[in-house]
Design a protein around this ligand. Structure first.
Ligand code: BES
Ligand code: MN
Ligand code: ZN
Length: 493
């Protein structure tokens, strides 16, 4: 059975569920609406709170086992002392859903006393995210040893338009993130550039979007020598996919989302060291994020024009691969000296940024797992946000914050450009170790022609190498939430 999530306006006392999850703040009191449920458990919830066994600390859980009717199990989940937010509700709901999966309850109801619309959105998103998995490549245990997957979530919320709308948004973002995470978790031999074409066609068909697909020959005709030099070492057909959601007036300039889609990054001739190279299957999370965002924007039928563009290939060493010292020409005519073939993401994005110009963007935002340096600078808790136009940067920072995918501004000063000057070409593709994320962003800027642009370096945030409790090891869903939030905010204006 596929995953289903629904909104209910029922009171918690009326709920008949194998699991009722209740999200509580730090140092909680028992909400009057929960008295009947507590009574059915012999007062165990109230006692746990007065004894301070359960304190509502962030990520804290306590499970109560009830009878055969009503709330058959009750799970308290703490959300800590921070003010109620979408991200806080999302995190607690994800913890609850993962717990439900471990117990094998199959279904779950979830509530947060006094939830506003934003909290409901967080609950919907978190519950769906916490039930996500990618079981396709693993043999499942025998029926009697198996724990039921969480396949049905009911969010309890107020009967208002604002709550219904927020719930729908949470579900749409969750579905977009599920698409992105699935693409990410797929190994490099399963998720290929062709997979982006297939997923793009599905999204386009579902939501009535226009799709354009370019292969090697079409890209040659467009003189995309920068993108193509990365694809030179692989027999796999490189793909550029563009999806157009036309929800706004025909003459409205679109928001253009652009994603780096390296299905695997070996580094090419400048090959990466073997340890942990397998994580480079996630080097397509920018492109996956664009696909996921287009799905969510299509589902929400946002009354705005949005274009999603991805560039996908695999960076491989081979007899035909591009090599250090080679000079290539991008589609805007600029020449690039390849210093390090492992700085391939910016080469793909360069031609995508030139391609984006034909859509006359109101704003273009690219997302890329672009540099290891951003992981050194910001770690795993902030997206690196680069842009020359302050209002555009502020818009993206606000969207990221609301979506629970926070970013942090990085400088794009001209002074750093010295580092990417070449002796033989217009530009070098690397600028040395110092300020590696900034010189990468400045390289991209050379291909932006006259439209507002923001670059997101998501190398530290698009996937996690450890289990974070609320997010399992693997893809996080970033930057789908940020992209969708930008489109929603613009659609509201
Ligand atoms: N895909 C990598 C960046 C990356 C590193 C993503 C770690 C996620 C985790 C990118 O293509 C790359 O290899 N960048 C190089 C650039 C260098 C050669 C200038 C890097 O960061 O080392
Ligand atoms: Mn690389
Ligand atoms: Zn890469």
């Amino acid at each position: 059975m596929p995953f289903a999530i629904q909104l209910s306006h029922a009171s918690p006392a009326a709920v008949d569920s194998p699991l009722l999850s209740i999200v509580m703040p730090q140092d909680p009191t028992l909400d009057p609406a929960l008295r009947d449920i507590d009574t059915a458990l012999g007062g165990a919830i109230a006692r746990s709170i007065t004894r301070r066994d359960f304190r509502g600390m962030r990520d804290e859980t306590m499970l109560f086992v009830g009878g055969d009717t009503g709330a058959q199990r009750v799970l308290l989940v703490g959300r800590g002392s921070a003010p109620l937010s979408r991200a806080g509700a999302r995190r607690a709901a994800a913890i609850a859903a993962r717990q439900a999966g471990k117990i094998g309850t199959g279904a779950m109801h979830i509530m947060l006393p006094d939830a506003d619309a934003d909290a409901i959105e967080g609950l919907a998103l978190g519950a769906a995210a916490g039930s996500w998995s990618y079981p396709d490549l693993q043999t499942q245990p025998a029926e009697r040893e198996r724990r039921a997957r969480l396949e049905s979530v009911t969010v309890l919320g107020a009967d208002t338009d604002a709550v219904r709308e927020a719930f729908a948004a949470g579900v749409a973002v969750a579905e977009g993130q599920a698409i992105a995470k699935r693409l990410g978790q797929m190994p490099g031999n399963v998720c290929t550039p062709e997979t982006f074409v297939e997923v793009g066609r599905e999204i386009a068909a579902r939501h009535g979007m226009t799709i354009t697909v370019l292969g090697r020959a079409e890209m040659e005709a467009e003189h995309m020598g920068s993108f193509l030099c990365v694809a030179q070492g692989t027999p796999e057909e490189p793909r550029l996919v563009a999806l157009e959601h036309r929800g706004g007036a025909p003459d409205q300039q679109p928001v253009v989302l652009i994603g780096k889609g390296l299905c695997f990054d070996t580094g090419g001739i400048s090959i990466k060291p073997a340890p942990e190279m397998e994580w480079m299957k996630f080097d397509m999370m920018g492109a996956a994020g664009v696909m996921g965002a287009m799905e969510a924007i299509g589902r929400l039928k946002l009354p705005i024009n949005v274009v999603g563009i991805i560039g996908s290939t695999t960076n491989m060493p081979s007899g035909t691969a591009v090599k250090p010292g080679d000079v290539v020409r991008a589609s805007n005519g600029k020449t690039i000296e390849i210093i390090n073939t492992d700085a391939e993401g910016r080469l793909v994005l360069a031609d995508l940024l030139v391609f984006a110009k034909r859509f006359n963007p109101a704003l273009a935002i690219d997302a890329a797992t672009l540099t290891g340096a951003i992981v050194i600078g910001l770690g795993h808790n902030a997206v690196g946000v680069f842009g020359a136009q302050q209002s555009a940067v502020d818009e993206v920072l606000a969207a990221g914050k609301a979506a629970g995918e926070p970013g942090w501004p990085m400088p794009l000063w001209d002074e750093y450009k010295e580092q990417i000057k070449s002796d033989v070409a217009d530009l070098k593709n690397t600028g040395g170790r110092a300020a590696g994320s900034i010189t990468a962003a400045l390289f991209l800027q050379e291909f932006v022609d006259g439209y507002p642009w923001v670059h997101l370096d998501i190398a530290g945030t698009a996937y996690s190498q450890t289990d974070l409790g609320w997010i399992p090891k693997g893809p996080t869903g970033t930057p789908v939430g940020t992209f969708v939030e930008i489109a929603r905010a613009r659609a509201r204006q």
